[in-house]
Design a protein around this ligand. Structure first.
Ligand SMILES: [Zn+2]
Length: 344
């Protein structure tokens, strides 16, 4: 197994990450590009402002109560998106969230905090726990992913909402694995696509595929209601556009989170079994079990993602990163794995 010589990513376990001739991964190379001094962040902010102004105007013209949608989980990125959109650009967003039903208390508290501190409305789709368990089990057996419905929900329900309420602009945070693995050049200013959502976040499975799957015995169309993507006609006639804030702003999660804690009272975890990072995915009750499965499937876990980010930001040496990975990614049985198994 070959590992990136700069961060800790292994080669050939995930699609999307590639190594160059010097043994450096595409995630590190893209990060390096983001740090270059010749990136004109001011010009990007200016461009972002123009986009915001044009959608504000459009909302006024259409007499729409909302200027845009922000898909939220209540986590650090949601707080940061809300901060930029409401405080810097004075937009009136509608928050949209998908409740996957496996919540932590602190996550619920942060979601309430988001609504209260920014004074914005929230539309929340809640899948009932029985359906959540059915979906989780089916996709775990099918593709080894117990969180398919989390991703399908947060990547689709905001699009359904955009079409239903005729709100054409959706402001996402960062591009997720595109950022970690360096799948896109910063100059591409990549935007949201149905294809990326399906291939990378929904393991290639649309709800129609589950309905037609011969192994599916009891998952119904009603169970899958929040995951059906609107038709091309609906998307085109709305003129929907999904943009990523991280294309226009330097994206330093550590600094952002510190600001969100101080300014808005965002809360973080006290400890975690599978990684040292205490501010990511605090809302997911089964995050440790999910990370454990990730390790079994790909040979690396969430701690590798986190150390790679820390190393790129030069907040950790590669050696310290390897020590962290040895500490958190040894095959220990996460304590809430049994809770998950009992639920199923
Ligand atoms: Zn790397």
């Amino acid at each position: 197994m070959r590992y990136c010589l700069r961060c800790c990513y292994p080669e050939n376990t995930r699609p999307g990450i590639i190594f160059d001739d010097s043994g450096i991964c595409s995630g590190c190379r893209t990060f390096e590009q983001r740090q270059k001094e010749d990136i004109d962040w001011q010009a990007r902010e200016h461009e972002f402002r123009e986009i915001m102004e044009s959608y504000k105007k459009q909302a006024r013209k259409n007499d729409s109560p909302y200027d845009c949608i922000i898909p939220v989980s209540g986590g650090k990125d949601s707080h940061y998106q809300a901060h930029i959109i409401t405080q810097v650009y004075k937009m009136k967003p509608l928050f949209v969230t998908y409740n996957h039903s496996y919540n932590t208390k602190i996550g619920m508290r942060n979601l309430s905090n988001l609504v209260e501190k920014f004074g914005c409305d929230l539309l929340r789709y809640t899948t009932n726990p029985k359906t959540a368990r059915k979906l989780s089990r089916f996709m775990l057996e099918k593709v080894g992913d117990m969180t398919w419905h989390y991703h399908a929900g947060i990547m689709t329900f905001p699009i359904q909402t955009a079409v239903r309420y005729k709100i054409p602009l959706i402001v996402w945070g960062e591009h997720g694995i595109g950022y970690l693995f360096g799948m896109h050049n910063l100059d591409d200013k990549v935007e949201f696509t149905k294809k990326h959502r399906q291939e990378h976040l929904m393991r290639g499975f649309e709800p129609e595929d589950i309905l037609n799957d011969p192994e599916n015995k009891d998952i119904t169309k009603t169970d899958l209601a929040p995951f059906f993507y609107p038709s091309d006609d609906e998307i085109n006639s709305l003129g929907m556009r999904g943009i990523y804030l991280a294309n226009y702003y330097p994206w330093n999660q550590d600094e952002n989170t510190k600001m969100l804690i101080e300014r808005y009272g965002f809360e973080t975890l006290q400890n975690r079994e599978t990684t040292f990072n205490l501010y990511g995915k605090v809302e997911d009750f089964f995050q440790d079990t999910h990370n454990y499965l990730k390790y079994l499937k790909f040979g690396y876990g969430r701690c590798t993602d986190h150390t790679s980010v820390e190393i790129r930001h030069q907040r950790m040496s590669r050696e310290e990163g390897i020590n962290m990975i040895e500490k958190y990614e040894q095959l220990v049985r996460p304590s809430n794995l049994d809770t998950f198994l009992i639920l199923q």
